[in-house]
Design a protein around this ligand. Structure first.
Ligand SMILES: Cc1ncc(COP(=O)(O)O)c(C=O)c1O
Length: 498
C-alpha cells in the first residue's frame, strides 16, 4: 500500500471529489505514485481524510474512466501499469492540481521532487488572522506608525549603500545588533561575523542542508514536527528520518536506533513545535555528545537549532539556547523576525561556526544575492534604539492575556470536548480530543464553522506512513483579541457537538 499525503481544503469552492481527483492525478503524473502502486481502499481513504465514501468513489470513478488507475476485482485499486503517452503531456490549458500548482510537462527529477514535497500546513490558504491559526503574531498590535516613521526617515536620509548591492551575509549593523541581542537574551556564543541574515528561518534551514549535507545524506527530524524543516531538507535531497519527541524533547536514543548514519538533526529545544515541550538539560547534553561523536567522522554531524518563538516565555526561567552549551562548533542556531515583528518581513538569521561563514555567505549570494537593504537597516535601528525589546515586552504581556482568555473560554465552552492546559511559553496551545476521535475530521468541522484549528496528526511525519497520533487540535491565540477568542471558542464547541 502506498503512503498518500493528500490535503483537501473543505473551504475551497472546488468540490472535494474534484480536489481528490486533482491530487491523485498530480501524484501519478509527477511520479509520486508509481505505476502499479496499490491505492488505499475507498473506505480507508474516506476515513483517513474524514470525507464520505461517495466522495472518494466519485474521484476514483473519474480516474478509472480516464485510465489513471485500474481496479482489479478482489485485489484492489492500482495506479495504471502503463499510462498512455498523451496523459504525460499535460496540455497548457488542462486542469491542474489545486494544491500543487501548474505542472509543466517536462519537470526535472528534482523539479518533480520539489513539486511533491509537502509544504508546512496552511501556508497556501491565504487566510491570516482568524481564530485560532497558529504561528501568527498580533499584527493588530504592531507599532505601524513608529515603523513607518523610521522607514520614511531611512528612505530619505540613509547613505546610498543600503540601496545598492550589499553583503551576502547581511547588513553589518544588523548583524552586530543581532549578535548583541542573542548573546544577552539567548546565551548564544558568537561574534557578529558569525551571523548570517536570511530570508526567514526557511532559508536558513535550506542553506544549512545544502552547505553542510550532500544529497543522499540522512537527517533526523522531530516527530511530530515542523514541516518547513522537513520540506527544506527533503528538497535538498536529504532523507529525513522522523524521530519521536517525548516529555524531554527529541529522543536521541530512538534516533540512534532509527538512523545511526544521520549527519544532521532538526530540533526546536526551547519550545518544541508543535507539542511545546522544552528539551531537558540531560537531552541537550546527549544531543551535543551525539554530534561530537560524529566529529570522528571526517564529514561530522550537525545540530540545527530552531529558536523560532523563544521570546515568548510567560513564567519560569528562560532556558538559554542549546548553541551556548556547544563547545565543539556543531550547532547551527536559527532565529526569525517572523514571530516578534511580522512574517511578511521575511527576515531571519543564523549563527554558523566561524570556519563556515564564507561558505554560507557564498551559497546565499548564489541563491538571491542578499537580504533587502532598506528592511535590514530598519530592523537594525529597531533593535539598536530599544523598540524591539519594548515590543517583545508588550507582546509577552498581551500573549499571556490572550492565552488566559483562551483558557477561560475553553472552560466555559468545551467541557469534556477538548482538554487544554495553560502553557508557560509560545503562541499556541494543544487541545486534546478524546482518544479514538479523528482530529482531521474535527479540524474539517471547525473549518466549516470558520475556525482554523489544524489537526496534530498533520504535523506527524510518521502519520504519512499510516501511524496514528493522539488526536488534538492546535489553537493559536496570539493573533486574535479576546472577543475573537471567545467567538472562536463558541463556534468550535458548536462544530464539535454537531
Ligand atoms: C517551528 C517554526 N520555525 C520557524 C518558523 C518561522 O519560519 P520563517 O522564519 O521562515 O517565517 C515557524 C513558522 O510558523 C515555525 O513554526
Amino acid at each position: 500500500m502506498v503512503p498518500l499525503a493528500l490535503s483537501l481544503d473543505p473551504r475551497s469552492s472546488t468540490p472535494l471529489h474534484r480536489q481528490l481527483y486533482d491530487e491523485i492525478r498530480a501524484a501519478v503524473l509527477t511520479g509520486r505514485l508509481s505505476a502499479s502502486a496499490r491505492l488505499p481502499s475507498s473506505r480507508a481513504l474516506a476515513a483517513d481524510l474524514a470525507i464520505s465514501r461517495n466522495t472518494v468513489a466519485g474521484a476514483f470513478d473519474q480516474l478509472l474512466a480516464e485510465g489513471y488507475i485500474e481496479s482489479r476485482p478482489g485485489a484492489g485499486t492500482f495506479v495504471a501499469k502503463e499510462l498512455p503517452e498523451e496523459l504525460l503531456r499535460v496540455s497548457p490549458g488542462a486542469p491542474t492540481s489545486a494544491a500543487h500548482g501548474t505542472f509543466a510537462p517536462q519537470l526535472s527529477n528534482r523539479g518533480r521532487m520539489l513539486a511533491s514535497t509537502p509544504v508546512a500546513p496552511s501556508t497556501r490558504d491565504g487566510a491570516s488572522a482568524c481564530a485560532f491559526r497558529p504561528g501568527i503574531p498580533a499584527l493588530d498590535a504592531f507599532p505601524r506608525d513608529l515603523w513607518a516613521r523610521i522607514a520614511a526617515r531611512q528612505y530619505r536620509q540613509s547613505k546610498f549603500d543600503i540601496f545598492s548591492y550589499g553583503d551576502p551575509a547581511g547588513h553589518p549593523p544588523l548583524r552586530r545588533a543581532i549578535a548583541e541581542y542573542l548573546r544577552a537574551a539567548r546565551g548564544v556564543n558568537c561574534t557578529w561575523e558569525q551571523v548570517i541574515v536570511t530570508s526567514g528561518s526557511q532559508q536558513a534551514l535550506d542553506l544549512a542542508a545544502r552547505v553542510l549535507l550532500d544529497p543522499g545524506d540522512t537527517a533526523w527530524v522531530e516527530d511530530p514536527g515542523y514541516f518547513g524543516a522537513r520540506g527544506a531538507w527533503t528538497a535538498a535531497g536529504v532523507t529525513c528520518m522522523p524521530v519521536p519527541v517525548d516529555a524531554e524533547g527529541l529522543s536521541v536514543a530512538q534516533g540512534e536506533l532509527l538512523a545511526p548514519q544521520a549527519r544532521m538533526v532538526y530540533v526546536s529545544p526551547s519550545h518544541q513545535y508543535p507539542l511545546g515541550v522544552t528539551m531537558s538539560l540531560a537531552r541537550r547534553m546527549a544531543l551535543l555528545a551525539w554530534a561530537r561523536r560524529g566529529g570522528a567522522n571526517v564529514l561530522g554531524r550537525w545540530i540545527a537549532e530552531d529558536d523560532y518563538d523563544s521570546e515568548f516565555r510567560y513564567s519560569g526561567r528562560p532556558l538559554a539556547a542549546l548553541q551556548g552549551l556547544d563547545t565543539g562548533g556543531r550547532v547551527i542556531y536559527i532565529g526569525t523576525f517572523s514571530k516578534v515583528l511580522f512574517p511578511a518581513l521575511r527576515l531571519g538569521y543564523m549563527v554558523v561556526p566561524a570556519g563556515t561563514v564564507d561558505a554560507f555567505a557564498g551559497a546565499r549570494a548564489l541563491a538571491d544575492r542578499h537580504p533587502p537593504g532598506p528592511s535590514q537597516a530598519l530592523v537594525a535601528e529597531f533593535l539598536m534604539e530599544g523598540h524591539f525589546a519594548r515590543h517583545v515586552r508588550r507582546m509577552r504581556t498581551l500573549y499571556a492575556e490572550r492565552q488566559a482568555a483562551l483558557i477561560s473560554a475553553a472552560r466555559r465552552e468545551w467541557d469534556g470536548l477538548l482538554e487544554v492546559s495553560p502553557a508557560d511559553a509560545g503562541m499556541h496551545l494543544v487541545a486534546w480530543l478524546p482518544e479514538g476521535t479523528s482530529d482531521r475530521e474535527a479540524s474539517n468541522r471547525a473549518a466549516a464553522a470558520g475556525v482554523s484549528a489544524p489537526p496534530l496528526s498533520a504535523y506527524c511525519h510518521a502519520a504519512i506512513h499510516g501511524a496514528i497520533a493522539r488526536p488534538a487540535l492546535l489553537l493559536g491565540y496570539s493573533a486574535v483579541n479576546a472577543r475573537k477568542i471567545q467567538e472562536g471558542a463558541r463556534r468550535l464547541s458548536v462544530a464539535m457537538l454537531n
